[in-house]
Design a protein. Structure first.
Length: 375
């Protein structure tokens, strides 16, 4: 009964938070003010954990139904309950897997762009966005090439763009909350591996919970220490798509929330040790024999997110999805002062995850159409 009531609450949040607002620009304070009655009615000031606790009584059930903010980089104990909409979203539209994996999604998007005559340049790193008189005029690559532009739409991490790619004198303004008060999502340790046998009893998606819940999240998000214990998300794509491994074998990744680089961990030291602890824990529980069957493993740490993806502080999901960093308070999809500089990314409205970033692309599309029509 508690679950049914939670689902009703989740649907009400979904109707407002996703259907009505996710692809709307929050570029004006009036957009935000207009939503305040709905946000109050939906109790958005509560955290996901507080909302779930209203309907669920058992500690373990409470944990199971409050983990969803972690999928978008938030601590369930301080993420706005707007993110409880994920329950209903999953029930309404299902949990999907693109055959061929994320690479297949990327290829499909590339095909769509090419069919629309968009020229894609790979392996081109943008070092600077050149702004003059409140207009973004061009970008400069690390090779020194200057590419002129009528509009610059950034998919890179907004805090990194503002701090490292734009001159301070350009007068840009991305979000309301000052940098010193900005809270970042956790880091991710992602361990990829194959196995020389199959584990048919392991589902496509498994959440593997450790003994501690709130205290562990406190270590990761607030104290930023790497504890000995952990909770894991285990992904077994071969449960759905056999092409991910040779016949008779399996393919996996494990996602382990860890402190972002603000924790100062030395991942050259910690990486191997954490990998060994995770393999031992899975071997002991749901993947017997893993220590001997594991093959071709490699991992990514918050350091890699920082260097490879230029994610500020190596955060897995850009700035955290707390209330004071959501909607109008999040990085705006168009700079507040430089009118032809746009953001379609996890750190911009509405937020992280594939549905979130695709919605942010829709917001930018609408803004560009609006801006073109007022020229
Ligand atoms: C292991 C893992 C599993 C996930 N699983 C899911 C899932 O199942 N479902 C879901 O919805 N979400 C999932 N997510 C989250 C989702 O992938 C992200 O939220 C989303 O990809 C963020 O999109 P983005 O466009 O903002 O950033 P990204 O996807 O990181 O794209 C930004 C790109 O910009 C490039 N870039 C950055 N700076 C520059 C520069 N200066 N010049 C040139 N290029 C630059 C980066 O290299 C990167 O390729 C997962 C994330 C991880 C890490």
């Amino acid at each position: 009964e508690g679950y049914r009531q939670l689902l009703v609450a989740s649907e009400q949040i979904f109707d407002v938070g996703f259907r009505r607002l996710a692809d709307q620009p929050f570029d004006r304070l009036t957009n935000m003010l207009a939503q305040i009655p709905s946000l109050v009615r939906l109790k958005s000031h509560l955290t996901v954990s507080q909302l779930v606790n209203r309907y669920m009584k058992h500690d373990l059930i409470r944990q199971a139904f409050s983990i969803h903010p972690l999928l978008v980089g938030g601590n369930p104990f301080n993420t706005t309950s707007i993110y409880a909409l994920i329950h209903f979203l999953e029930r309404e539209w299902g949990v999907h897997f693109a055959m061929g994996g994320t690479g297949a999604v990327v290829n499909a998007l590339r095909g769509l762009m090419e069919r629309n005559g968009i020229n894609i340049r790979l392996n081109t790193d943008i070092e600077r966005i050149n702004i003059d008189k409140r207009l973004a005029e061009s970008v400069t690559t690390t090779e020194g090439e200057v590419i002129e532009a009528d509009r610059v739409i950034c998919n890179a991490d907004p805090p990194t763009v503002y701090k490292q790619m734009i001159d301070k004198s350009a007068g840009t303004k991305g979000k309301i909350i000052p940098d010193a008060m900005t809270r970042y999502s956790m880091g991710l340790f992602v361990l990829y591996f194959g196995t020389t046998c199959t584990y048919p009893n392991v589902a496509h998606h498994t959440i593997w919970m450790g003994e501690r819940y709130q205290a562990l999240l406190h270590d990761i998000f607030n104290k930023k220490i790497l504890a000995e214990d952990f909770s894991l998300y285990l992904h077994r794509p071969t449960a759905t798509d056999a092409s991910f491994a040779p016949a008779g074998m399996d393919s996996f990744y494990v996602l382990c929330p860890v402190p972002n680089t603000m924790g100062g961990q030395d991942w050259n030291e910690e990486g191997q040790a954490l990998r060994d602890r995770i393999v031992a824990a899975l071997d002991r529980t749901i993947m017997p024999g893993l220590k001997d069957t594991i093959t071709s493993d490699f991992w990514m740490t918050p350091d890699d997110f920082k260097t490879d993806y230029r994610s500020m502080h190596g955060a897995g999901f850009s700035i955290a999805p707390v209330f004071t960093q959501s909607a109008w308070f999040r990085y705006h999809n168009r700079d507040r002062r430089v009118g032809n500089l746009y953001f379609s990314a996890a750190g911009a409205h509405p937020g992280a995850g594939m549905p979130g970033v695709l919605c942010s692309a829709k917001v930018v599309e609408n803004l560009v159409i609006r801006d073109e029509s007022t020229l």
